[in-house]
Write a protein that binds this ligand. Structure first.
Ligand SMILES: Cc1cc2nc3c(=O)[nH]c(=O)nc-3n(C[C@H](O)[C@H](O)[C@H](O)COP(=O)(O)OP(=O)(O)OC[C@H]3O[C@@H](n4cnc5c(N)ncnc54)[C@H](O)[C@@H]3O)c2cc1C
Length: 127
């Protein structure tokens, strides 16, 4: 029988990094992922010069799939800070924050499979 020290659920940036850190310290880690695996050579066709123009060939529908918490309520005292323009008025006329169509990915690697490639620099205090 295999001894498991830790189970990590989800193979996205968070889960994969946690699993890697644990495994590097000698732990036996079981990483569970609910989505399918992708093969960059057959699934993304990286051999074609125009590959980046294609939609990501998701095997599980992802559009507007949200794993974020419900939208926060907007505090009336900060109304003056909300986005607006002279022609259309306030962008958000509701009383909660708007969630865009943020498409979290379901697959081995999680949302890193189709992220945009920006590498945000951490604040020195967070390192
Ligand atoms: C379109 C897009 C562009 C982005 N561009 C950038 C960028 O340029 N730069 C940047 O820094 N960040 C970017 N991000 C954000 C970044 O990709 C995410 O913040 C990061 O990948 C989230 O990692 P995560 O591990 O928290 O979650 P996810 O990547 O969402 O991973 C969660 C994983 O857990 C799996 N899972 C969920 N529930 C279960 C369950 N019950 N059992 C088993 N498995 C489960 C899911 O299938 C998924 O694979 C982008 C995100 C998107 C959607």
């Amino acid at each position: 029988m295999v001894q498991i020290d830790a189970i990590v659920i989800g193979s996205g940036a968070g889960g994969a990094a946690a699993a890697w850190a644990l495994a590097e310290r000698g732990a036996s880690v079981l990483l569970l992922e609910s989505g399918p695996a992708y093969d960059p050579f057959s699934d993304y066709r990286l051999d074609r010069p125009d590959w980046a123009l294609d939609e990501f060939p998701a095997k599980v529908p992802v559009f507007n799939r949200q794993t974020v918490a419900p939208s926060q309520a907007l505090e009336p005292k900060w109304t003056g800070l909300n986005s607006w323009n002279k022609v259309a008025g306030r962008y958000n006329r509701g009383d909660r924050r708007l969630n865009g169509g943020y498409s979290h990915f379901v697959g081995l690697g999680g949302s890193t499979l189709h992220f945009t490639g920006e590498a945000h620099r951490l604040h020195p205090a967070a390192i």
